[in-house]
Write a protein that binds this ligand. Structure first.
Ligand SMILES: O=C(O)CCC(=O)C(=O)O
Length: 211
């Protein structure tokens, strides 16, 4: 049985008020081949309070997938909110709107869907992949991720081989946006951790037809 451990709150973000900061502090790192990553640590304050709400309110589901001859459990819990579905907390709706506004000119469309993942502890992870189901297999796009809970590393490396280019610890209200060709030319992963890490929730906003 893989239970959700308690959250070790952030020392710097003890408030209960869930609030988004300005997006002016986003810093862009270009990874080559038209891929980039924007990063803004601590965009959302009250992240621990949002973590507790989402952990309790979201209908988390465990998934299984075929691995050779065996069916195995996907090592994280998931939820998905399609276009037009109400999100599980008003602050997620506000985050999606703020991101859609900020990137309107560059993206040319809005973020519409939200995928949520709960990493219960360091044994939960996601393997190297690009979000290449749908239009992102052929077109530039953006995937914006807000993280709450204990930080876990998001690692990025070129898809055609090569070393990890970037490793960003994401938790406690941090924002990262993968853009340009990132889903086609790069892969990303949240590797397992042998450290004693508490749970983290990742909220990914994507435009229509990107998965
Ligand atoms: O946990 C994260 O922030 C990354 C999630 C991810 O890569 C995915 O669900 O496709």
């Amino acid at each position: 049985m893989h239970a959700v451990q308690g959250l070790q709150g952030s020392l710097f973000d003890q408030g209960d008020e869930i609030r988004l900061g300005p997006l002016g502090g986003l810093r862009r790192t270009r990874l080559g081949a038209g891929a980039w990553v924007d990063h803004l640590p601590g965009w959302l304050s009250g992240a621990d309070a949002l973590f507790e709400r989402l952990a309790a309110d979201v209908p988390w589901r465990a998934e299984r997938r075929q691995m050779y001859e065996r069916e195995v459990e996907v090592p994280r819990l998931l939820a998905f909110y399609g276009e037009g579905e109400p999100l599980p907390h008003d602050s997620l709706t506000a985050a999606r709107e703020a991101l859609s506004g900020h990137y309107a000119a560059e993206l040319g469309e809005s973020f519409t869907t939200a995928g949520l993942c709960l990493y219960r502890d360091g044994r939960d992870s996601v393997a190297w992949h690009g979000d290449r189901t749908g239009r992102s297999s052929t077109e530039d796009t953006m995937v914006a991720i807000v993280s709450v809970g204990d930080p876990r590393d998001l690692a990025l490396r070129p898809r055609d081989g090569g070393a990890t280019l970037l490793r960003l610890p994401l938790g406690h209200g941090d924002l990262v946006v993968m853009g340009g060709s990132c889903q086609r030319t790069m892969e990303h992963a949240v590797p397992k951790s042998t450290r004693a890490v508490g749970p983290r929730i990742s909220i990914q906003f994507r435009p229509r037809g990107v998965r």
